[in-house]
Design a protein around this ligand. Structure first.
Ligand code: NDP
Ligand code: GDR
Length: 333
């Protein structure tokens, strides 16, 4: 039986990965940080299958202890401060978790279990102000937020430990991936959750930021399979994981309302733009400057060719079915 340790197991990806590895017959450990209220909602159905260890990315000894206890064949480093807007408000903390946290994990691995395999959760946010379209493993980076910059550090320190100490360390450059388990502050889930509340009559409308931003959105359940595949290869390497399609936030809104049987049309321009329910004439969506970012990433679209040819990975869930799935789950909630 293989053993895996997941940092960030309570997060969106951690929960899907734990589920997937457990189904593959792995013994799964996860690290969790102490909090005054339990935070295991996403893994509540897995509590008999996973073993949790208390540790924090800020605490080197706790990470070393987690590795000594679990003796993992594979380490998936998913823990991070992952919300981009928070990284402007808390740039130093974001650097501690999302950048230096990676070094702490790699140091722990080097000292405790250098023969393990390591996966680092890198991000398309590293491409930021994109230098090529679509983005590949060779595209130069230009991050646009303290989060993107912290991820870039995590990416390079992973490559550096691979080259310096011959560790099996891979970095997956994953583009946005979503699910019904996505945090409520991220735009996709914010939209599907609030659309469901409008449909149920709980609210009349909600506010949103930049409708023109374009993202390459996939389904988290598909993407965790790519993480696993990277660690099954003969040699460690880095891979872009994406769908190869891009869509505007605006399109996501239209499809989400449509999935709840509401036809949306737009009125006004820029910050005065509103989304209107065609049938009732009610204003259901307002653009609000508050949700604009100090520096935006306007366009992301990844080329998943390397992951497809070398890993044999491809996403199953389409953009349309992702939106429908998320709205449906929120309506059922
Ligand atoms: P989430 O925000 O849902 O989960 C983050 C996880 O990190 C949570 O389990 C959180 O624990 C944990 N964590 C945060 N800080 C610490 C800490 N100091 N010590 C221990 N654990 C900590 O993120 P996702 O699941 O969406 O993403 C997983 C990873 O992939 C992240 O690194 C993210 O940056 C990266 N990524 C995500 C993409 C996406 O589209 N989802 C795309 C590209 C990269 P707690 O529950 O206690 O807060
Ligand atoms: P992102 O995801 O920043 O790409 O990072 P998010 O869903 O927060 O934003 C996507 C785009 O939508 C625009 N937007 C809004 N965003 C939010 N959160 N709220 C709004 O109201 C809103 N209106 C418009 C944003 O400006 C942006 O352009 C995610 C995270 O999971 C990262 O951890 C991960 O690394 C990247 O994806 C890849």
């Amino acid at each position: 039986m293989k053993t895996a340790l997941i940092t960030g197991i309570t997060g969106q990806d951690g929960s899907y990965l734990a589920e997937y590895l457990s189904k593959q017959g792995y013994k799964v450990y996860g690290i969790v940080r102490r909090s005054s209220t339990l935070n295991f909602e996403r893994i509540s159905h897995l509590m008999d299958e996973v073993e949790l260890i208390n540790a924090d990315l800020l605490d080197q000894n706790s990470l070393m202890n987690a590795l000594s206890v679990s003796k993992p064949d594979e380490i998936y480093n998913l823990a991070a401060q992952s919300f981009v807007p928070t990284s402007w408000g808390q740039p130093v903390l974001t650097g501690e978790f999302t950048a230096l946290g990676v070094t702490r994990m790699l140091e722990a691995m080097k000292l405790v279990c250098p023969d393990s395999k390591f996966y680092q959760a890198s991000s398309s946010e590293m491409f930021g102000k994109v230098q090529a379209v679509p983005q590949t493993e060779e595209t130069p980076f230009y991050p646009r937020s303290p989060y993107g910059i912290a991820k870039l550090y995590g990416h390079w320190i992973t490559i550096n430990y691979r080259e310096s100490y011959d560790l099996f360390a891979c970095s997956g450059i994953l583009f946005n991936h979503e699910s019904p388990r996505r945090g409520l502050e991220f735009v996709t889930r914010k939209i599907t959750y609030n659309v469901s509340r409008i449909k149920k009559g709980e609210i009349d409308s909600f506010d949103i930021g930049n409708l023109e931003a374009k993202r390459d959105w996939g389904f988290a359940g598909d993407y965790v399979k790519a993480m696993h595949l990277m660690l099954q290869q003969e040699n460690p390497d880095d891979y872009v994981v994406s769908t190869g399609e891009t869509h505007k936030v605006r399109e996501f809104c239209e499809l989400a309302f449509k999935a709840a049987d509401i036809d949306l049309h737009w009125d006004g321009k820029g910050l005065d733009e509103v989304g209107i329910d065609k049938k009732t004439g009610k204003k259901v969506l307002y653009v609000n400057e508050k949700f604009y970012r100090p520096a935006e990433v306007d366009l992301l679209i990844g080329d998943p060719k390397k992951a497809s040819t070398k890993l044999g990975w491809k996403p199953d869930c389409t953009f349309e079915s992702l939106v429908e799935m998320m709205v449906k789950k929120d309506l059922e909630r």
